[in-house]
Ligand binder design. Structure first.
Ligand SMILES: NC(=O)c1ccc[n+]([C@@H]2O[C@H](COP(=O)([O-])OP(=O)(O)OC[C@H]3O[C@@H](n4cnc5c(N)ncnc54)[C@H](OP(=O)(O)O)[C@@H]3O)[C@@H](O)[C@H]2O)c1
Length: 325
């Protein structure tokens, strides 16, 4: 068992953007905004959002993930307001946001980019992703439009989210024709959702030098062990989350037991062990963006890398979660 307080930065794809292995996802800042996501989450107060972002920054996190879909500007605005409140200069953090492609064509990218820029209020868009594959345009057309945004210096790099291995390769090729590369694919990945290891996404990302950004890395909170300890919390969750938790609660019990056992050796939490495993098991290929509704969550997530799991501990977690591959 070893402990280590130094967290090194990782290169985002083949860009010169450097991120901490753990960033902060601020989908939870959508609450109160427009669209379905605005209704799914509680409307956090400005004070709460500022405290969450402040805790992440204090813990050493240097980047944040948001999206147009997270309240259509609400999450982005909450993030930029919190960064301002923390007196962060615009070149001190990395910001990732996403275009909402549903029922739109690639032409919409240039039409809506100014909204993203306005909501980020001076913080540059370091990574701009296509949120999911469902649009009226091909990945090639989307990447052409993204490359135009890079050339116009409206964004720094290009990523995708929820793209299959094949679609990711197509996007990468299209960008290469414009002298760029695909920086990241943001996908669902956690100890209880390991499909990217078997469906070609992780392998292709490694081959092409594309960073995997793991979303829902805490298994929507399940890997913290709180639902196993206090099942009454499940009832209080939102409809979709409740469904996901109920489906996996018993299956994930052995995983949470193993996380708890390892966590007790380091004096850390099960969630911290889960994040540590996720961003280290595949070398530097994977970074993660845990979400938070309290400053304490962000504090714990940012402290997830101050210890080093042994080879044996990593293998134990690999073995106990093989059925989730
Ligand atoms: N690209 C995409 O399609 C996509 C999809 C989903 C998410 N994302 C991104 O990924 C980020 C993370 O995903 P996620 O937030 O859905 O899942 P997650 O990171 O697995 O879970 C986050 C939730 O777990 C709970 N939690 C976090 N830390 C905790 C702690 N220390 N103790 C107890 N509970 C804790 C909190 O929920 P409660 O307080 O509500 O219990 C928090 O909102 C999002 O913010 C978003 O940026 C992207």
């Amino acid at each position: 068992m070893t402990t280590d307080t130094k967290v090194s930065l990782r290169r985002l794809g083949q860009t010169n953007i450097q991120v901490t292995p753990i960033g902060l996802g601020v989908m939870q800042f959508a609450g109160g905004g427009k669209g379905i996501m605005g209704r799914m989450y509680r409307n956090l107060t400005t004070q709460e959002k500022n405290a969450i972002v402040g805790a992440a920054l204090e813990g050493g996190i240097n980047w944040f993930d948001t999206a147009e879909m997270y309240g259509f500007g609400h999450s982005e605005q909450g993030l930029s307001t919190a960064l301002k409140a923390a007196q962060v200069e615009d070149d001190e953090v990395v910001v990732a946001t996403k275009w909402f492609p549903f029922l739109r064509t690639a032409g919409n990218l240039s039409k809506t980019i100014n909204d993203r820029i306005r909501h980020m209020d001076g913080y540059p868009i370091d990574l701009y992703m296509v949120h999911h594959p469902w649009s009226f345009s091909s990945p090639e057309a989307e990447m052409e439009a993204m490359a135009d945004l890079v050339e116009a210096e409206q964004i720094r790099s290009v990523g995708v989210s929820n793209f299959s291995a094949d679609r990711m390769r197509r996007a990468h090729r299209a960008l290469q024709k414009r002298g760029l590369s695909l920086a990241a694919n943001q996908v669902h990945y956690s100890l209880i959702h390991r499909r990217i290891e078997t469906n070609g996404i992780l392998e292709t990302a490694k081959e092409l030098g594309i960073t995997i950004i793991a979303y829902m890395p805490l298994g929507y909170g399940m890997l913290t062990g709180k639902y196993h300890k206090s099942p009454e919390l499940v009832r209080k969750s939102s409809f979709f989350r409740r469904k996901m938790i109920r489906r996996n609660l018993e299956r994930s019990r052995p995983v949470v037991n193993a996380l708890e056992e390892i966590a007790s050796r380091y004096g850390v939490t099960p969630g911290q062990v889960a994040l540590n495993w996720l961003v280290n098991f595949h070398g530097e290929s994977v970074v993660a963006i845990p979400g938070a509704t309290e400053a304490e969550h962000a504090r714990q997530s940012s402290g997830a890398l101050h210890f080093t799991l042994t080879e044996e501990e990593r293998s134990v977690l690999d073995e106990v979660t093989r059925e989730f591959r």
